[in-house]
Design a protein around this ligand. Structure first.
Ligand code: IMP
Length: 432
């Protein structure tokens, strides 16, 4: 069988958790392939809201297996906290949640390095979630990292000590070194206790398991985290995360061959948001931006930080569609756009004296000026909509406009956070 990939096309927070949860019934295995506790995937059903950071969003579906792939980085403390929150669901965690031995571990000192590096950057800071993501991936590519499989080895403690010593050397260059050492002492006991619990969980050679499952005819959904514009290569560097958030990351983060990939679901919000620093051409620093933030509850699921809001950026969306080979678009938070008399969509930029319709190397706000097309808004509340036929004409026109501009069909329109507020559209005939 094949692998389908689901990923975010903007700067994260597109609503991947909800859609994975909605699509799970079609798949035997849900697998996370990159990122770590910087992600916050929100699922809502039966009036309860769940936020998952490391655990795949298929966890609530009976029968689905959930794999944390080798491309993921795990903070054992945060991970155990997530598992404890699942206790009331009486899941047999050791059966439904499988963890790659090749996933890397976030150490307490990685978090301190993240904090130290961000503080030193001053006004150029990335706006990291401070979960230790960057330093952990740096140790991975620097060939110093600790992996989940190492906790099964007799010399795990020595390996830990050796890496910690490297980290201490780096931290000693910062003024707050003593404070970091004190913090480390505070964090370590909980970390080792969580590692002990991790040892009792189902640790697997995930690339083998995934490929065997494919041979056995099982279907797999690869769940991305963050968004394409935060990708380490293709995002708005250096204001990005440290992993491959694009489709290629599902191959390296799970050990699947590219020719196994069938559908690529690309999720985008009907507008745009960004949390943390970095360029954002269509950002609205006015009352319209405020209205989007208030109406869309645009505050980070992991950090609670207010998200920056702006209009939909089509050159950026088309770029993400191209890099990922998106076959199906999924439009989220359409309900948030209700109530605007007109809605703007960026279709190009004024850049160095010319007009372009693609994303240039540098998208700093003072270099690119968005060019907007104005579309009619709609006033109707969409949260009870269950059939696209009865949708307001202006919403239908908005969907048609995005499809026509991108050349990719929109197959799902989401009109609220609950599983049930999801409208499946018949695949439209859109020429690429
Ligand atoms: P880091 O991945 O924590 O190092 O953060 C790097 C950048 O990516 C920061 O601007 C974060 O705000 C952003 N970021 C990381 N994870 C997410 C996410 O899941 N959603 C949205 N933004 C994220």
């Amino acid at each position: 069988m094949a692998v389908d990939v689901l990923l975010g096309l903007q700067w994260g927070d597109e609503g991947k958790g909800k859609i994975v949860d909605v699509l799970t019934r079609n798949y035997d295995i849900i697998a996370r392939f990159q990122g770590g506790p910087n992600a916050g995937h929100t699922l809502e059903f039966d009036g309860i809201k769940h936020v998952l950071h490391t655990i795949p969003s298929g966890i609530f579906h009976p029968g689905a297996q959930n794999v944390i792939g080798n491309g993921v980085v795990i903070d054992p403390v945060i991970f155990q906290g997530e598992i404890e929150k699942l206790e009331s669901f009486r899941l047999n965690i050791n059966e439904v949640l499988l963890i790659s031995r090749k996933a890397h571990l976030i150490l307490p000192s990685h978090r301190l390095l993240d904090a130290a590096s961000e503080a030193a950057k001053g006004k150029n800071k990335i706006g990291s979630t401070l979960k230790g993501i960057g330093p952990t991936y740096m140790d991975k590519t620097g060939r110093n990292g600790l992996r989940v499989g190492d906790i099964e080895l007799d010399d795990f403690q020595e390996r830990y000590d050796s890496l910690l010593n490297k980290h201490k050397q780096i931290l000693s260059h910062y003024e707050e070194y003593e404070a970091y050492l004190t913090k480390l002492e505070e964090l370590e006991p909980a970390w080792f206790a969580a590692v002990e619990r991790l040892r009792g969980m189902t640790l697997i050679d995930s690339e083998h398991m995934i490929n065997q499952s494919l041979k056995a005819g099982k279907s797999i959904l690869a769940e991305g985290a963050q968004g394409s514009l935060l990708d380490i290569d293709f995002g708005s560097y250096p204001f990005v995360t440290s992993s491959t958030t694009t489709c290629a990351g599902s191959c390296t983060g799970l050990g699947i061959a590219p020719n196994r990939i069938q559908k690529v679901y690309g999720i985008f919000k009907a507008y745009c948001t960004r949390v943390g620093s970095g360029p954002f051409p269509t950002e609205l620093e006015d009352e319209t931006g405020e209205a989007l933030r208030a109406k869309g509850h645009e505050f980070g699921a992991t950090t609670g930080r207010p998200r920056r809001c702006g209009w939909l950026d089509l050159p950026a969306l088309k770029y993400a569609i191209e890099i990922n080979g998106v076959t199906d678009l999924i439009m989220m938070k359409s309900d948030v756009l209700s109530g605007f008399s007109t809605i703007k969509v960026c279709t190009g930029y004024r850049y160095k004296g010319t007009v372009i319709d693609y994303l240039p190397y540098n998208i700093e706000n003072d270099l690119v000026e968005p060019i907007y097309t104005e579309l009619a808004g709609w006033q109707d509340d969409l949260t009870g909509l269950d059939n696209f036929e009865t949708a307001p004409q202006a919403l239908k026109d908005y969907v048609a406009f995005v499809q026509e501009q991108t050349g990719v069909p929109i197959t799902i329109v989401s009109v609220g956070p609950d599983r049930n507020q999801t409208i499946h559209l018949a695949a439209q005939n859109v020429s690429a």
